[in-house]
Design a protein around this ligand. Structure first.
Ligand code: G3I
Ligand code: 9MR
Length: 555
């Protein structure tokens, strides 16, 4: 960080709820104590001792912890070390994450396909519509499993997956589910939230309005003839780094039905079906249609249990291929069980064999545990409630143990620094919160808080990994609209992928990464799709965790 000494103290650059645990990480110097000072007057309001120096392997830094949890007075502050070096500014206040949460959901609006974003909703990020997707070709691969090859279908709406302009069912599933789960678990938090999107004020909470934009698209990806679901809707190759309406016109395809797509679709539709039951007036028949779509997709997967998606030779876009389908079967079975009450679906979960692991697009078993835990009081006697509780608690306990043992006080281990590592941290936080919601263990809440702190600045790079949020946010995400729109600041509210040592984008980058350790291998450059892209599945746990911490920590 050179001369910028303020970055040597790593802190959540948004701040904290008054009641939450409040930690900073100090990377420099020999001081043994720290002060918290009022940001405007410089007056010292709190003095504390720094913890013992300890090594954090993922960044090879020796760091000390500053704990100022006892400071609960709302205000704006900085940490002061050695009587002079000041950290970035942060706040202590009620609803500390309200604006962050709204921005993180609004980011989905900014990534909508097939619709213009007018200035009244998108402000400076207004843009014409792109990718109408009303004439999509059926790709000729695996023709036996297709609708008549070459036929044309209409599949508009949905969110662009990430920095690219394609739409992938597997990744849509976990993303949409996580938003729906946030709403299902914290309905009061979202009831009055106004995101200023075109649907605002229509009688549905805006988080559901936004989820519907993608659910409406997902429904079009199911073949009505057999219940199968196309894996993705895509160009043959990635579009250039242009605005959505400026890209070279090129055919769009739905490509091959897959078992993972059918099951992720089934799970997400069953979840949506139970949630939209309460909104029959606003969207008559939608809930029943979703439940029926979920069951026909499930039946297709029963008949086609091992269709693993791989890109056909002429398709070069994201693959989201996954050969391990046990977790997808279990997740779909769990949501269908909750939605229908049929014990045959409970048996299909094979719960005894289903571990609880931190979720990702390719590992969705924990989503089954989340939903089963949420609905545990109303399940049929077939369900093993003790098992549900012990799986959630087991995962939370192991994450909390790693958190406690870590010099940075984060659950992340070296192996967790994968493509999209920032979402790994937040999905760990989401699972810790499931443990906390079950049994109220303070360590679980504090460890989840640390996960949010990490992405907002208490990490080895000193960046806030959410665009538009905090004193030193990522500025150059791999996001086509942000790259092409000629504005200095990127579209706000997006979580970037984060550090990971793979550097798979090196060949496409004109500048080297500043570092290569797991937790520092991060490049804030538009070229860096391996560390600085944005993605719908990464924003989703940010939405969940920011809402949950606001709600659960409220005094
Ligand atoms: O499965 C192996 C595992 O066995 C091994 O231990 C591990 C070690 O690194 O690698 C695992 O494979 C990784 C795979 O994700 C599954 O997690 C690959 O290394 C890694 O390169 C791969 O990254 C994926 C990336 O696409 C490239 O395919 C990301 O998870 C995924 O989020 C990302 O998704 C892209 C879409 O394809 C296109 N749209 C943008 C989106 C975000 O970048
Ligand atoms: O923009 C693409 C991004 O969404 C993907 O995650 C990434 C990996 O599949 O690929 C990006 O596209 C790049 C392509 O792979 C190689 N040539 C340059 C493209 C844009 O940077």
């Amino acid at each position: 960080f050179g001369a910028d000494a303020s970055a040597a103290t790593r802190i959540n650059q948004v701040g904290f709820e008054p009641q939450s645990e409040k930690l900073a990480v100090v990377t420099d110097g020999t001081a043994s104590s720290f002060e918290v000072v009022a940001a405007d007057t410089g007056k010292t309001v709190f003095t504390g001792k720094l913890g013992a120096p300890a090594l954090w392997k993922p960044s090879a830094e020796t760091v000390r912890l500053a704990d100022f949890s006892a400071l609960k007075t709302p205000g704006e502050y900085r940490i002061k070390i050695d009587g002079q070096t000041l950290s970035d500014r942060f706040a202590i206040r009620d609803h500390a994450y309200r604006a962050l949460n709204a921005a993180a959901i609004k980011a989905y609006y900014l990534n909508r396909a097939s619709i213009a974003l007018p200035p009244q909703y998108a402000g400076a990020y207004a843009r014409p519509a792109g990718h109408p997707d009303d004439k999509v070709l059926v790709h000729s691969s695996a023709a036996s499993r297709q609708r008549a090859e070459g036929s044309v279908l209409s599949s508009p709406k949905g969110w662009y997956d990430a920095g690219d302009y394609n739409k992938y069912i597997v990744n849509s599933g976990i993303s949409t589910y996580t938003l729906l789960a946030a709403f299902e678990h914290f309905p009061q938090y979202f009831a009055k939230q106004n995101l200023n999107i075109p649907e605002s004020g229509n009688g549905l909470p805006d988080i559901l309005n936004e989820a519907l934009w993608n659910l409406d698209w997902m429904l079009t990806m199911q073949d009505p003839n057999d219940g199968g679901v196309y894996h993705k809707l895509t160009n043959k190759a990635f579009d250039g780094m242009e605005m959505p309406d400026q890209v070279k016109p090129t055919p769009r395809y739905v490509v091959q039905k897959s078992t993972a797509a059918a099951l992720d679709f089934a799970a997400t539709m069953a979840t949506a079906g139970r949630i939209f039951k309460a909104y029959e007036q606003q969207r008559p028949g939608l809930s029943a249609r979703m439940m029926a779509a979920a069951e026909t997709a499930w039946n297709w997967a029963q008949a086609n249990p091992a269709v693993v998606f791989r890109n056909p030779a002429d398709i070069k876009t994201g693959e989201y291929g996954d050969a391990q389908l046990g977790d997808e079967f279990a997740w779909a079975a769990a949501e269908l069980y909750i939605g229908t009450g049929k014990d045959s679906y409970y048996r299909a979960i094979k719960a005894d064999q289903l571990p609880a692991t931190t979720p990702s697009w390719s590992d969705v078993g924990a989503l089954a545990w989340i939903s089963l835990a949420q609905h545990r009081a109303h399940l049929t006697p077939a369900a093993d409630r003790k098992l549900i509780e012990s799986r959630i608690d087991g995962l939370a306990a192991s994450l909390a143990a790693n958190w406690k043992a870590s010099a940075y006080r984060v659950a992340m281990q070296e192996k967790d620094f994968v493509w999209g590592s920032n979402a790994t941290v937040l999905n760990q936080a989401m699972m810790l919160l499931q443990g906390y919601r079950l049994n109220g263990k303070a360590d679980y809440l504090n460890a989840a808080q640390s996960g949010l702190d990490y992405v907002l600045g208490r990490n080895a790079t000193g960046y806030s990994f959410v665009t538009g949020i905090g004193a030193r946010p990522a500025m150059h995400p791999h996001h086509r609209p942000s790259a092409a729109d000629k504005l200095a600041a990127p579209a706000p509210g997006f979580l970037v992928g984060g550090p990971q040592p793979g550097q798979q984008d090196k060949k496409d980058c004109p500048v080297p990464y500043p570092a290569k350790l797991p937790a520092t291998s991060y490049l804030d450059h538009v070229c860096s799709y391996a560390s600085n892209e944005i993605a719908i599945n990464w924003n989703a746990p940010l939405v969940y965790v920011s809402a949950a911490l606001d709600q659960l920590t409220a005094g």
